[in-house]
Design a protein around this ligand. Structure first.
Ligand SMILES: Cc1ncc(COP(=O)(O)O)c(C=O)c1O
Length: 408
């Protein structure tokens, strides 16, 4: 059955404003069921977690429901889902916790393709422990992160390999499973940044080979919250810094302070929403989420193909990277127009794209593009349309024409 784009778009009230959204990589629009779930949770009587009274029990239920939903999204166990305010905060917590057990001679491997949220926490934890940081390099021409290099990078001293499942800058989807195999053969743990990849297709913790997998709900139609999944036994083996009276249970042990219960309702609703993207899907929520994201992926790939073809056909556009396996995200520059200027001109026409380095700090630094403004990024999501792509390309033609006039 073809993807029902009209039905899909109708679930996003914000789309009625008429912007063309190409910044899903920075955060998607919110699906109506999410808005309704958050509102319902805020309308109902609330209380901090307690078994003593109904509002307190509701908060306990909201936490449990969010864990179960994320578990279905990632192929994890609900008891292995740590909830938190952002992927960055969760990764810092993990890095500080693991890093407390490292010392001189230990090694961690990070990549220059990753968002800084899966780089700096590890680099800083390694520095604090006197451990050594080793860098995986991407191919500047293709934007690929060759998995083969990990055979040299990983040694018996490697404690942790941090790698992205999808680059938020140029879309590259590295061969994480092979990288994880190499890491595991040496006894190292693997932390996978799924923030960019998870919204764009079915994800499975075990097939990725991830010991830890992080995702942010605001990249998949939900609220600004995040989650990190691992085997419950893995979490149980770790002792994070924590308050004395807070729960020592797993996974609660890794969660700081009182969570936003209404937003957790939104996390569960977002996963439920993803499970409706293929209306023909049946079975468990996990089955339906996988089917929904597979249907969305096929649609996104078709829209992205048109975008990429349009960009590469324009001589005044420079596209960075050409990875074979990728998420529907691309960075580029327009000749004669600084990235911030391009984004502002498109923004004035209601076409929303980011510019800069989007925290893919090492990528843009290595490419020598960071100091001159990075690039412009277009990211396709399941509510994107080919008409919006054509609108973006037409606006780019206008940007280029203005640039040419200015140069004359
Ligand atoms: C690939 C990737 N990793 C990590 C992050 C950080 O996520 P958060 O904002 O939840 O900390 C982002 C945010 O854009 C991202 O794109």
């Amino acid at each position: 059955m073809p993807f029902d784009i009209a039905r899909t778009r109708a679930a996003y009230p914000a789309l009625a404003e008429g912007f063309a959204h190409f910044d899903g990589a920075g955060g998607t629009q919110t699906a109506r069921p999410v808005i309704e779930a958050v509102s319902a949770a805020m309308t109902a009587a609330t209380g901090n977690r307690s078994t003593a009274f109904v509002p307190g029990r509701r908060s306990l239920d909201l936490v449990a429901a969010a864990r179960a939903a994320v578990a279905d999204l990632l192929g994890a166990e609900p008891g292995g889902v740590v909830l938190g305010p952002s992927a960055t905060a969760l990764t810092y917590t993990l890095a500080r916790t693991l890093g407390a057990g490292w010392g001189p001679g230990d090694e961690v491997v990070v990549s220059r393709l990753d968002h800084d949220a899966n780089v700096r926490p590890w680099v800083q934890a390694a520095e604090a422990a006197g451990a050594t940081v080793r860098w995986a390099e991407f191919d500047p021409a293709t934007g690929e992160l060759p998995a083969g290099q990990y055979a040299d990078l990983v040694t018996e001293r490697t404690r942790l390999v941090a790698v992205t499942a999808g680059s938020n800058a140029i879309g590259t989807a590295p061969d994480v499973a092979t990288i994880a195999k190499t890491a595991h053969a040496a006894g190292a743990l693997v932390c996978v940044d799924g923030v960019h990849a998870v919204p764009h297709g079915p994800t499975d913790l075990a097939s990725l080979g991830a010991d830890f997998l992080v995702t942010s709900a605001y990249k998949w139609s939900g609220p600004h919250l995040a989650a990190m999944a691992a085997e419950p036994a893995r979490w149980a083996s770790l002792r994070p810094a924590k308050l004395l009276p807070s729960s020592d249970a797993v996974p609660d042990r890794f969660e700081y302070g009182t969570p936003s219960f209404p937003l957790l309702a939104g996390v569960a609703a977002a996963v439920d929403h993803l499970a409706t993207l293929d209306p023909t899907a049946t079975g468990s929520r996990r089955d339906r989420v996988r089917a929904g994201l597979a249907a969305a992926q096929a649609h996104e790939e078709a829209v992205f193909e048109r975008l990429l073809a349009g960009l590469t056909a324009r001589p005044f556009v420079t596209v960075y990277g050409s990875p074979a396996r990728r998420c529907p995200t691309v960075s580029f520059r327009v000749a004669g127009s600084a990235p911030a200027e391009t984004a502002a001109t498109l923004g004035a026409a209601g076409v929303c794209l980011s510019s800069g380095d989007y925290y893919a700090y090492e990528y843009f630094r290595t490419m020598g593009l960071r100091d001159s403004g990075g690039a412009v990024r277009a990211s396709v999501y399941h509510y994107s349309t080919v008409e919006e792509v054509d609108r973006l390309l037409a606006e780019l033609d206008r940007v280029a024409a203005t640039g040419e006039r200015m140069a004359r």
